[in-house]
Design a protein around this ligand. Structure first.
Ligand code: ZN
Length: 121
């Protein structure tokens, strides 16, 4: 890839009827994220911490985290990220495109938390 940004979307569709975010990437890959999954993967510091705690704990209680997420709002953050807020959920998640690409359920890239570096801002 020749661009400075690793992953660059050419089309972003928030489909409230299907309850999913669809992204078409510049390299031709298409990603689909259900709202429940997106809300559960909120990248803000609070939610990250919760997920780390959950990974350490052998007892996983998922019902709260994967409950039905109600879409609140979405907006662009500069040219590199999307902000999603969830009704009765977290409203401070800034989903960078690189992050979105890394959590694409259909892509074999490493999930969050297993990166060797941790060089995110
Ligand atoms: Zn959050």
């Amino acid at each position: 890839m020749a661009t400075a940004e690793k992953h660059h979307p050419i089309d972003l569709t928030v489909d409230k009827t299907a309850r999913e975010l669809r992204i078409e990437w510049a390299d031709g890959v298409k990603s689909v994220y259900g709202f429940d999954y997106l809300a559960a993967m909120c990248p803000c510091a609070n939610c990250r911490e919760k997920r780390v705690e959950m990974e350490k704990n052998p007892l996983h209680v998922l019902s709260d985290n994967y409950g039905p997420a109600e879409f609140g709002d979405a907006s662009m953050v500069g040219r590199y990220a999307l902000n999603f807020s969830w009704v009765a959920g977290c409203g401070s998640g800034i989903y960078s495109f690189d992050y979105l690409r890394s959590i694409d359920p259909a892509q074999p890239e490493k999930p969050e938390g297993r990166k060797p570096g941790g060089s995110e801002a």
